[in-house]
Ligand binder design. Structure first.
Ligand code: G6P
Length: 611
């Protein structure tokens, strides 16, 4: 949450920073701000999206070749101009942008107030700025040293960037818990929360790890711990391209990402799904594959959409590999005093690889001796780096806040893992494997068919645009898809929606059904079909409006539905990869009809780096 960009070099810093902040808006967009150095410190802030800040800058440009910027997702203090970053202290000589939460800000604030500091905002970040100033001025300490000492007094998480008008050739960056990297391009350097703002300038980056800080100048940088131990960091080369993070003619990133799925699913399987050899090869977990096979339990922890993928994974692992799986909300995991030890494997799933709760679950399980593996999309992310082994989803940058292509890629990785372990354990024989691999291999083509045949989805979305509630029902592999469909709709259209296992409907939600209630039934898996038909009858008997996602030959379901969206047939295990596509599109078109900001829904952020 919150995006940070810093720049020092020959270009006009505000141009680079504004462009970069736009690319980082998925991390938060309730206000934005920028500070540059041009003889003195210049600051501009605006409530709302980065475009509002840009507009603000057209009236009074900020010059200078060094600066920092921020796009905010509020934690402390309502979103307004005052609480927007950058923040300064009493003498307004330096500016600070911050991603994370200073947990002991209240104690620090009281101490600073006793020393005469008064605060202009309700943010925790301003307290850090005052603390730095206090140390710098009262103890006549080097500025860089003052930042370091202040960070040692802070509890909580931070990714920060700092500029000081008396040190015009220097930016300071530091991190604990909130991602930050340094981009290097000859005589210019960048700071960013992720690679998207800098990719058009350089593909060379240094990732900061927790409790590290960097002193960055035009032509050099040094990294040390906040305890002042110098470090030599490796420079990584990014594989990402600029094209991948632009809209490419689509109205929204979300639509582009939905349409990319035939490709991203194929990319995710490339070199891993060995059709001719009838096997799966997942290089990233080779070293721990025995451990996974023999583990007492596989625990999967994740948040949001990734948690839904985990639930699909549970069904796959238990069916294909007869492996005991427990799925946990990452945010709850460590509060359960979890019974985890060296006989368990924890699998964390995270698109961003930065979700604070998922990272905390990973660290908790590691502390207790478990082997920790990951499924991440963002290469080099904190979770990817802290796990013992893992598999990247290779879905490319996902910018739309509502996750789409990351979900299908996560499910594909889970399917491949379950198949690999199943074959190893002998719970799948060679013949079954051949059949399953064939089905998986055909998924991209089938997703393409759904995407090329979605006019009726657009039409029905028009009809239900103003429905106040939606119910989604599914069974077995498609129960998590019901949850995911409901989540997509509420995230971007603000319509209240619930996902339920179809049979649970009778234990409560059925009371809500009347002629105004759209009920989306995901009825594509053969082995639950009869039961789904009964549930549909129950909804019909109460005049609910049935929208079904089903196969064309599913006569009963088609007959009973007001609208049927037909999808190609696949193996039951893989049906979530197809059934979820129409649900993504329904949510998308309804949100567009309601004129919602699809890519940047209110109150949400793509990467949730606070707990
Ligand atoms: C946020 C995003 C969701 C995402 C969840 C988990 O809530 O808006 O789209 O599913 O975080 O994120 P992760 O990056 O860990 O998959």
């Amino acid at each position: 949450m919150c995006g940070i960009v810093g720049y020092i070099g020959d270009q006009k810093a505000s141009d680079v920073i504004i462009k970069g902040l736009k690319r980082l808006e998925y991390r938060g967009y309730d206000s934005a701000g920028i500070a540059t150095l041009n003889g003195k410190l210049l600051i501009k802030k605006s409530v709302g999206k980065v475009a509002a800040l840009e507009e603000n800058l057209t009236n009074s440009a900020l010059d200078g070749n060094a600066g920092i910027g921020h796009t905010r997702w509020a934690t402390h203090g309502e979103p307004n101009d005052v609480n927007a970053h950058p923040h300064t202290a009493q003498h307004k000589k330096f500016a600070l942008v911050h991603n994370g939460i200073i947990e002991n800000y209240d104690v620090l604030k009281k101490q600073l107030e006793q020393k005469g500091h008064s605060f202009a905002t309700q943010t925790d970040t301003e307290v850090l700025a005052h603390l730095i100033e206090e140390i710098h001025e009262s103890e006549t300490m080097d500025f860089e040293k003052a930042v370091q000492l202040a960070l040692n007094q802070v509890q909580g998480t931070f990714g920060i960037a700092v500029v000081h008008q008396d040190y015009p050739d220097m930016l300071i960056a530091a991190r604990r818990g909130s991602p930050l990297l340094i981009g290097i391009n000859g005589s210019e350097h960048f700071i960013a929360s992720d690679a998207s703002p800098i990719i058009e300038f350089t593909n060379k980056v240094v990732y900061l790890d927790d409790d590290e800080m960097a002193i960055i100048r035009n032509d050099s940088y040094e990294v040390k711990t906040i305890k002042d131990v110098p470090l030599t960091k490796s420079v990584h080369e990014l594989a990402m391209s600029l094209e991948q993070i632009e809209k490419g003619g689509y109205e929204h990133f979300m639509l582009k990402e939905i349409y990319e799925q035939p490709q991203t699913i194929a990319d995710c399987m490339r070199g891993r799904l060995m059709v001719d050899e009838n096997r799966i090869q997942l290089g990233g977990i080779e070293a721990v594959v025995d451990k996974i096979t023999n583990a007492n339990r596989l625990i999967i922890a994740a948040c949001g959409t990734s948690w839904h993928a985990a639930l699909v994974g549970e069904y796959m692992f238990e069916y294909l590999a007869k492996k005991r799986v427990e799925v946990e909300y990452a945010s709850e995991f460590r509060y359960q005093d979890p019974l985890v030890d060296e006989n368990d494997v924890l699998l964390v799933i995270s698109q961003s690889g930065e979700t604070a709760d998922t990272l905390a679950a990973l660290r908790e399980a590691k502390k207790r001796g478990a082997t920790v593996i990951g499924i991440c999309n963002v290469v080099g992310s904190t979770i990817a780096r802290e796990t013992d082994a893992g598999v990247y989803t290779h879905a490319g940058p996902e910018i739309g806040v509502a996750s789409t292509k990351a979900f299908t890629a996560q499910v594909v990785v889970l399917a491949m893992m379950a198949l690999q372990i199943g074959l190893r354990k002998g719970t799948i024989d060679e013949e079954q494997m051949r059949e399953l691999i064939r089905h998986l291999d055909e998924v991209p083509e089938k997703v393409d068919q759904i995407l090329n045949n979605q006019d009726n989805i657009k039409e029905l979305s028009k009809l239900f645009t103003y429905a106040p509630n939606f119910l989604y029902l599914g069974r077995s592999y498609n129960f998590p898809v019901a949850l995911e469909g409901a989540l997509k709709l509420k995230e971007i259209s603000y319509i209240h929606a619930e996902g339920y296992p179809a049979a649970e409907m009778k234990h409560g939600p059925i009371a809500l059904i009347d002629q105004h209630m759209p009920v989306v039934v995901i009825a594509a898996t053969d082995h639950t079909n009869e039961k789904m038909v009964s549930n549909i009858e129950e909804v019909r008997a109460r005049k609910g409006r049935i929208i079904s996602i089903t196969n064309s030959n599913n006569g009963d379901v088609n007959r009973l539905s007001e609208f049927s969206i037909t999808i190609p047939h696949t193996h039951d295990c893989f049906s979530p990869l197809l059934t979820v596509i129409p649900l993504q599109l329904i949510a998308y078109y309804i949100a567009v009809n309601r004129q919602c900001d699809v890519d940047k829904p209110r109150n949400l952020a793509k990467s949730v780096t606070v707990e």
